[in-house]
Design a protein. Structure first.
Lengths: 306, 353
């Protein structure tokens, strides 16, 4: 691989990592509040569909992006109702949400297949875009890429430097203690679920507004599940999520480019790379017992005690 | 779910007696693997259905998004029970289910697309798409400045490999130095991955992108980069007006009409129908004005020669990537060789694995 290939590869890594980044950050927010939501894939694809439909009808990609987040939030609210109100099993509810979301998007989206909608185009940042190497990699992307990069530190600031963030983490770690300190566990968990759903929906929107301007059933193609795995890889830290998402994006983009350069490796082997990496990462993450960084009350429903 | 709803609608329509009294219409059913709105494979078949729907005394119906396997068997069984006369199933995985249903309903005529099994009342059919791909290769070979063509391809199966080889031979016929780089996506319809695959080809210097994919993702990538593209299935110029040069396309209408006539006249025979340009089942979409007139006329001349049978796409000497002669000088590949093709011609960069 020569230098002329590496720069576009890195640029592609950032682009193909961006939808996963939004989804991973969303899931971190949700899990930090102690709620496990395995519905990421379903929420993501509903977000992608909502974005596509709104962009097509209104011609306004920004509105489409915002409403995709809202659609993700509405779907995530279903998970909240089941797990926070009725104390249902979080794993089952999340899986159901994924199946429901994929089915819903498939049903509603079928008439739209083969159409195009307006979206976000490349927006080179003046000055910065002309930098050698860094320019094409980081500063000749679309608006949503820049936004995703901003969301990561903002989420970190929120979780670690604000009282609300502290409370949200507290209900994810020791809900009883948090409740004793006068923090409403339910309220913060709802915030985690809805806020997370919003970000995951944005990740879906990236696929149908910027990555392509097309809709198809199954557009997310498993990216939601990669985001779930990345949360563990990132040890629930937004900064590491940034790194992890781009790494995965890079591996996805890399295997296609390796084929284009005329490698003799079988393509089936190369296509396995992102998923093989997922497995390796999960093994490594669990190996050193670093799982300990998971919120202590993750996946456990909270029943208020009198 | 959707397919069940469609089936129910058919049942209702039949119950209400939409067929006029008197001479019974020939009822023709279609089973599609994907939604018809996809501007791709199923869309092309549905255009064929609409073509015969206009014929006198023919009614048609279709069920879309039918998964291959047991579900498809149920759909076909249903059609046969409802006294359909002719049933077309348009995906490879429908082959065995159709064979089973065909045995149970000997009076119904079954036609399976892209497979290899036949029975007394079941034939199979396909088009020699590689002929149209050869023509599109001529256009690509003439338009490239970098002498590098990119080909986004779905799965390494003979149908796709044959198309890549034909495309390459076409390009080489006008530009001996041209190379074709192949990237496999292992999907028929995933716009995001297909677009990324096209971008990876653009990054290694390809300046014309061709595709054996059902989504217009690769077209988008070519348009954004400001280079040329070759579509597939249907004219894809709407997705990339600046990039699109031409597209090898399916045109099932005349063939379906021919089958309808044969069934009606009692002259239908069970065999493998493998037609090409001469039958109009495959074609090249109108070429963009960006293609110079002399190239256009060369393509039209080649098309005429292939149509007349004077010229065969796979005429030797043809060497594989390792330089070994696969089709000797003066010979042309037999249908068996073409149907089992699992090697790339010289000039293709990529692997068939």
């Amino acid at each position: 691989m020569t230098a002329e290939l590496i720069v576009p590869l890195l640029a592609a890594a950032i682009q193909s990592g961006t939808p996963i980044l939004y989804a991973t950050l969303g899931e971190i927010l949700t899990e930090k509040s102690g709620v496990l939501n395995l519905g990421v894939e379903g929420i993501m694809i509903v977000g992608a569909l909502a974005a596509f439909v709104v962009a097509k009808l209104s011609g306004n990609p920004a509105l489409a992006f915002a409403l995709a987040g809202t659609a993700g939030m509405i779907l995530a609210a279903g998970h909240g109702v089941v797990c926070l109100w009725f104390l249902g099993n979080q794993v089952v509810s999340g899986l159901a949400l994924t199946i429901f979301g994929l089915g819903l998007a498939d049903y509603l989206g079928t008439p739209l297949i083969g159409q195009t909608a307006p979206g976000f185009d490349k927006l080179p940042l003046p000055g910065l875009a002309q930098l050698p190497v860094l320019g094409p990699v980081f500063f000749q992307q679309d608006l949503l890429v820049y936004l995703a990069v901003l969301v990561a530190p903002l989420l970190w600031l929120f979780l670690n430097k604000t009282r609300w963030g502290l409370n949200l983490r507290a209900v994810g770690e020791y809900p009883d203690a948090a409740a004793a300190a006068g923090v409403s566990v339910l309220r913060y968990r709802w915030a985690g679920v809805l806020g997370g759903g919003f970000l995951v929906g944005l990740g879906g929107a990236y696929l149908s507004l910027a990555y392509t301007h097309l809709w198809t059933s199954g557009l997310t193609a498993g990216r939601g599940w990669i985001a779930v795995a990345l949360v563990i890889f990132a040890f629930w830290r937004p900064g590491r999520a940034l790194f992890g998402a781009y790494l995965f994006g890079g591996v996805m983009a890399f295997q296609l480019r390796l084929q284009a350069t005329g490698t003799h490796l079988p393509s089936s082997l190369l296509l396995m790379l992102p998923y093989a990496l997922t497995v390796i990462v999960l093994v490594l993450a669990s190996w050193k017992g670093r799982q300990a960084n998971a919120p202590a009350a993750l996946g456990i429903n909270y029943e208020p005690q009198d | 779910m959707k397919s069940k709803v469609m089936v129910m609608i058919f049942v209702l329509m039949l119950a209400l007696g939409t067929t006029p009294a008197g001479a019974k219409d020939l009822q023709v059913g279609f089973v599609y693997v994907s939604p018809v709105g996809d501007a791709g494979w199923s869309y092309a078949h549905d255009q064929g259905r609409l073509f015969i729907d206009k014929m006198e005394g023919v009614t048609t119906a279709y069920v879309e998004s039918v998964p291959e396997g047991p579900d498809s068997e149920r759909v076909m069984l249903n059609m046969a029970r409802k006294n359909y006369d002719l049933i077309f199933a348009t995906s490879f995985g429908y082959m065995d289910p159709m064979l089973k249903v065909a045995k149970k309903f000997p009076k119904v005529t079954f036609m399976h697309c892209s497979g290899f099994k036949t029975s007394e009342n079941m034939g199979n059919y396909f088009g020699r798409m590689y002929q149209a791909r050869y023509l599109s290769g001529i256009v690509a070979g003439a338009m490239t400045k970098a002498n590098t063509l990119g080909y986004v391809a779905a799965f390494p199966i003979p149908e796709v490999i044959r198309g890549i080889n034909a495309f390459t031979l076409g390009a080489q016929s006008v530009n001996p130095d041209v190379q074709v780089r192949v990237v496999w996506t292992k999907t028929w319809y995933d716009p995001a991955t297909e677009k990324e695959a096209a971008k990876s080809l653009l990054d290694v210097g390809a300046d014309v992108i061709a595709q054996h994919q059902d989504s217009p993702g690769p077209q988008e990538a070519a348009q954004e980069k400001g280079v040329y593209s070759i579509g597939y299935n249907t004219d894809m110029s709407a997705f990339a007006p600046k990039a699109h040069l031409c597209a090898p396309i399916w045109n099932w209408g005349p063939f379906y009409a021919q089958m309808v006539e044969a069934v009606r006249a009692g002259k239908w025979e069970s065999k493998a129908y493998w037609y090409g340009l001469e039958n109009g089942i495959v074609d090249l979409s109108p070429m963009s004005d960006k293609v110079p007139a002399d190239i256009q006329s060369k393509v039209m001349a080649e098309k005429k020669a292939i149509k007349a049978g004077a010229q065969k796409v796979f005429t030797g000497p043809i060497k594989d990537q390792a330089g070994q002669v696969k089709i000797a000088a003066g010979q042309s590949g037999s249908d068996e060789e073409l149907l089992g093709m699992n090697w790339f011609v010289q000039g293709v960069i990529g692997t068939t694995q």
